[in-house]
Design a binder for this molecule. Structure first.
Ligand code: HAM
Length: 418
C-alpha cells in the first residue's frame, strides 16, 4: 500500500535546487557589504525566552500579540520561535558583555524567522533575513553607514525598482510632545471600538491602518516630524547630508510605521515596486531604549533586517538573471572504465584549483550524458573516451555557442574554464 505523502507546513518558504542557488547567492550578496565594513557574525538560537520578545519588540505590535509561535517546553518554560533578530542580538550582547568592550559592537546575522501571519505571495510563516546591528554609539554617520550597507547590497544584486524611505521618530521628548497632540486629535475622530482600543495601546499604529476611511481621517493627523526637538532635527539633517554625500537617493515618509515598537530616531524601509502588497524588502532603524528594557546599559543602537525571500522575488520580478550564479564551469562525460579512472583524478585537480566541475556518473550513454550536461547549465562539456585517453586531446564544447575546440587535456585548468 502506498503511504500518504507528508507535505511542508503551510506558508513556509523553502528552497531546493536549482532556485536554492539563487537564494544562496542573494544571501551572500546581502551580507557582503557588512563584512567589508567590519561587521562580524553572530549565530544565535532560533528559540528564546518569550519575555525577550514581549518586552523587546512590544506587546502592542501584531508580531507579539498575534504572530508568535509560542509553546511550553518540556521544562515548563515559555519559549518563542524568534520572529525577528534584533532582540536576540541585544540579549546576547548583554549576556556576553560585548557592550563592555570596543564600541560600537558591529554584528551581522542571517537565518530563519517565524511569524504566524496569513500566508500570501511574499509573506511566509518561516522566512529568511540578513540583519546587521551597530550597538553602543549614537552617531549620525553610523545611521548613514547602516543604510548604505543595505543600499549597496541591493544595488550590487542589480535591483533598480526600489526606493528608500526614511523618517525620524525623534527622541523621547519629541515623541512625548507629539503623543499629546495625536491622542487629542484621535479623540475628535469617530472610531469603532477595536480601533479605539488600538489607538489607546499605541496611537502611532493608526497611521498604519490600511482601511480607506481611517486613512482619510488620519490625513490631517499631527505628524511626529513636526514635533522633533532641535537635537533630533539636527541629527536627522546630518544623517540626510551623509546620505547625500554618498549619492544615496531617498524619499521622506513622515507617516512610516514600523511593525516593531523599539524604534526611535532614524527609521527606514526599502520598498520594491514589483512585489504587490508585500513590498518591503528590508527595513530598520535606531532603537534607543531597547538595551535598557532588556536589562542592559542605556546604549543606543541601529540596524536593519533584509528579507532574503522578498529580495529573490524582487529579482525575479525585475527579470534579473540568477541562473548563472552557481552553474558548473565544466561537465565531464567519461565513457568506459579507464576514462572514468582518469576522470575522477582530472576532476579532483580542477576542483582543487577552484573550478566548479560536475561529472556524468552512472556510466550513462553519450546521448543521455549530453542531456545531463545541458541540464546542469555548465559552461563547457568534455567527453573523455578511449581516443581522448590515448591522444591526450579532447573536444572542449562551449555549451552556450555550441562551438567545440580541441584542447590538450593536461592544459585544462580552472583559469581556462572561468
Ligand atoms: P521587519 O521590517 O519586521 O524588521 O523585517 C525585515 C524584513 O523581513 C522585511 O522588510 C521583509 O523583507 C522581511 N519579512 C518580514 N516578515 C516577513 C514574512 N512574513 N515573510 C517574508 N518576509 C518577511 C525586523 O525584523 C527588524 N529586526 C529589523 C531591524 C534590525 N531593525 C533594527 N535592526
Amino acid at each position: 500500500m502506498k503511504r500518504e505523502q507528508i507535505q511542508a507546513p503551510k506558508g513556509v518558504s523553502e528552497y531546493v535546487p536549482p532556485r536554492s542557488a539563487s537564494f544562496e547567492w542573494i544571501r551572500d550578496q546581502l551580507i557582503a557589504p557588512a563584512k567589508s565594513a567590519g561587521y562580524q557574525l553572530m549565530e544565535l538560537p532560533v528559540f528564546e525566552d518569550t519575555n525577550l520578545f514581549s518586552r523587546g519588540v512590544g506587546e502592542s505590535t501584531d508580531v507579539v500579540s498575534k504572530e508568535m509561535y509560542t509553546f511550553e517546553d518540556r521544562g515548563g518554560r515559555s519559549i518563542t520561535l524568534r520572529p525577528e533578530g534584533t532582540a536576540g542580538v541585544m540579549r546576547a550582547v548583554i549576556e556576553h558583555s560585548l557592550d563592555r568592550g570596543q564600541l560600537p559592537v558591529k554584528v551581522f546575522y542571517s537565518g530563519a524567522y517565524f511569524r504566524a501571519e496569513r500566508p500570501q505571495a511574499g509573506r511566509y510563516r518561516q522566512f529568511y533575513q540578513v540583519g546587521v546591528e551597530s550597538i553602543g554609539l549614537d552617531d549620525p554617520a553610523i545611521d548613514a553607514e547602516i543604510i548604505a550597507l543595505a543600499d549597496t547590497a541591493f544595488k550590487n544584486i542589480g535591483l533598480k525598482k526600489y526606493r528608500l524611505e526614511i523618517t525620524s521618530l525623534g527622541d523621547a521628548e519629541s515623541r512625548a510632545a507629539h503623543k499629546v497632540d495625536l491622542v487629542a486629535f484621535l479623540k475628535t475622530l469617530d472610531l469603532d471600538e477595536a480601533t479605539q482600543a488600538r489607538a489607546e495601546f499605541n496611537p502611532l499604529r493608526l497611521f498604519d491602518d490600511k482601511r480607506e476611511e481611517i486613512r482619510s481621517k488620519m490625513a490631517s493627523a499631527p505628524l511626529l516630524m513636526d514635533y522633533l526637538s532641535d537635537s533630533s532635527r539636527e541629527n536627522f539633517a546630518q544623517v540626510c547630508s551623509y546620505l547625500d554625500a554618498l549619492g544615496i537617493t531617498y524619499t521622506l515618509n513622515t507617516r512610516m510605521v514600523r511593525g516593531l515598537d523599539y524604534y526611535t530616531g532614524t527609521t527606514f524601509e526599502f520598498v520594491h515596486r514589483g512585489l504587490g502588497a508585500q513590498s518591503g524588502i528590508g527595513g530598520g532603524g535606531r532603537y534607543d531604549g531597547l538595551m535598557e528594557v532588556l536589562g542592559g546599559q542605556e546604549l543606543s543602537g541601529i540596524g536593519f533586517g533584509l528579507g532574503i525571500d522578498r529580495t529573490l522575488l524582487a529579482c525575479e520580478a525585475e527579470g534579473i538573471d540568477l541562473t548563472k550564479t552557481s552553474r558548473p564551469d565544466l561537465y565531464v562525460i567519461p565513457l568506459g572504465e579507464s576514462a572514468k579512472n582518469f576522470a575522477i583524478k582530472f576532476i579532483d585537480g580542477l576542483r582543487n584549483g577552484g573550478a566548479i566541475v560536475d561529472c556524468a556518473y552512472g556510466d550513462r550513454a553519450l546521448k543521455g550524458a549530453m542531456k545531463g550536461a545541458d541540464k546542469s547549465g555548465a559552461k563547457y562539456a568534455l567527453v573523455i573516451g578511449e581516443s581522448e585517453l590515448s591522444s591526450g586531446v579532447g573536444e572542449l564544447k562551449n555549451m552556450e555557442t555550441g562551438v567545440a575546440a580541441s584542447v590538450t587535456l593536461s592544459t585544462i585548468n580552472s583559469a581556462l574554464l572561468k
